[in-house]
Design a protein around this ligand. Structure first.
Ligand code: MN
Length: 493
């Protein structure tokens, strides 16, 4: 069934679980370094290898980061909470259990506002945010598509085993309707931006720092009880999240229309087709035989400490966006463009360095972004906010016009110094010598009597036809405003 037909007939409900890897120096329960990469099994200790007799201890920084995340999501912070063993056997979990939290998460009952592309705000309820450890990584060699089926042998790397995670679980997200795919992606993007603002994770989706499990179910109408859900695991980009939701909505609608029941199961997302395929069946009460972790004491964050963390929270992305919209007086769409281009920090710093918001935005989103795309580097590698502010200052002082400023900027991007230096070195300053400009204007008037007639007849836009020759004669360094004044003065006597 087509997606549009599916959402016309059924009401989709989402539930999203996001895992974020914390950027602490060491792992969750031992002193092994928490770094991406490294040779296989280099970043391990007996504890992260699950060797007999090795005892865990809690990483205080990870607890602080979890509290920071909980507070930013509007959650209550538990006065006391415990870790639990989630038992299952899989080679990438060396202890045969994952140390997680079960009935006592560190943070619970939160809510965040998610803003969609068109400015619509969707509130999302957070059920819980709990601490746990990541698993290692299996590599299956010799089979197709890296799957265990048909593999000749498998390798396991425990560098990631024990990396601190916070898992954030929503309550059912209802009322999204046909915008469910967009809501799912926008929610994860909002979390990603919050993690970055909090400085708790690099939050790079492509490195798996942030991973989303997307639950989707359908029901006949918004008043009907929740339908049976599927959980598409480890979706790793915003686009994939949208595609996975679209696919599941359409697929489940087909199942229901055929009079069959949706099977409660995990599913895999496939980047190449945009589809999902069955994983393993999943009941609500999977038998993980959770029980309290006997090797760790409960975590009881002192209230004063929690309040200190709350007071030190940075400005969060939504509040910052609202503040800058007010300060800069630009439109919502323009703001979103800046954010989507990843240039908000640069534009804000350029304004702080003295440029007007419009000018700061114009340079970063225009010429600098263009140069960056051309040379395949990031815009911030080409110019500093201070350089952009200085460039704009030279324009406003009448020393550079737009065209010359772009030449100067190219020199700045090449690493040849600040704008004033490049301008001086290349002799790009606007011709202030009135004699030279006057001569160029007179020559242009003499060469174009037809244009002069039009201007005399009141067709002011014809002035543009004289600018080409004037700029050419002055090597682009004429002050356009002054040239215009001169033209009118000479024609009108
Ligand atoms: Mn988890």
């Amino acid at each position: 069934m087509k997606y549009q037909d599916a959402v016309a007939k059924y009401d989709p409900v989402l539930g999203i679980e996001v895992h974020v890897e914390l950027g602490t120096a060491t792992k969750m329960f031992d002193a092994a370094p928490n770094t991406f990469g490294g040779g296989p099994n280099e970043n391990t200790t007996p504890a992260s290898l699950g060797l007999p007799g090795a005892l865990p201890s809690v990483n205080g920084k990870a607890v602080e980061y979890a509290v920071r995340i909980g507070l930013a999501l509007g959650c209550e912070i538990a006065e006391s909470c415990r870790f639990a063993r989630k038992n299952y056997f899989y080679p990438d979990v060396p202890k045969n259990f994952q140390t997680s939290q079960y009935d006592e998460p560190i943070a619970f009952d939160g809510q965040i506002d998610v803003e969609l592309e068109d400015g619509t705000i969707v509130p999302v309820q957070i059920e819980r945010a709990h601490m746990e450890e990541d698993a290692g990584k299996n590599t299956h060699v010799g089979g197709a598509a890296g799957r265990i089926h048909g593999a000749e042998h498998s390798l396991v790397d425990y560098n990631r085993a024990g990396v601190p995670l916070v898992e954030i679980v929503t309550r059912p997200i209802e009322g999204a309707g046909e915008r469910a795919p967009e809501v799912a992606a926008a929610y994860v993007r909002t979390l990603r931006d919050i993690f970055r603002a909090l400085d708790v994770s690099e939050a790079r989706m492509e490195q798996g720092n942030v991973r989303a499990d997307i639950n989707v179910s359908l029901r006949e109408s918004p008043d009907a009880p929740l339908g049976t859900r599927t959980e598409t695991k480890n979706v790793n980009s915003f686009r994939s999240i949208e595609r996975a939701v679209r696919f599941e909505v359409a697929r489940q609608a087909d199942v229901l229309d055929a009079g069959e029941a949706v099977v409660q199961e995990t599913r895999h997302f496939h980047e190449d087709t945009g589809g999902t395929s069955p994983g393993r069946p999943k009941s609500d009460a999977d038998d993980y035989r959770y029980f309290p972790e006997p090797d760790l004491v409960p975590v009881a964050p002192p209230r004063e400490w929690v309040e200190e963390i709350r007071a030190a929270l940075p400005e969060l992305p939504a509040a910052r966006r609202r503040r800058l919209l007010g300060e800069w007086g630009i439109g919502e769409l323009e703001m979103r463009d800046i954010i989507n281009a990843g240039l908000l920090d640069q534009v804000e710093a350029t304004v702080a360095a003295g440029a007007g918001p419009d000018a700061a935005r114009k340079w970063w989103m225009g010429e600098i972004a263009r140069l960056a795309k051309q040379s395949e580097v990031s815009p911030e590698a080409l110019a500093t906010p201070e350089a952009v502010a200085e460039l704009q200052q030279l324009v406003e002082a009448g020393k550079l016009n737009d065209k010359l400023a772009r030449k100067v900027l190219a020199g700045v991007a090449e690493g040849r110094g600040m704008p004033a230096e490049v301008m001086a070195a290349d002799g790009l300053e606007i011709v202030q010598d009135d004699g030279a400009l006057e001569a160029a204007v007179e020559a242009a008037l003499a060469d174009n009597p037809d244009v002069v007639e039009k201007i005399r007849g009141g067709k002011m836009q014809a002035i543009g036809a004289l600018m080409g020759p004037i700029m050419k004669a002055t090597r682009g360094q004429a002050d356009a405003g002054k040239a215009r004044e001169l033209i009118l003065a000479k024609i009108n006597g």
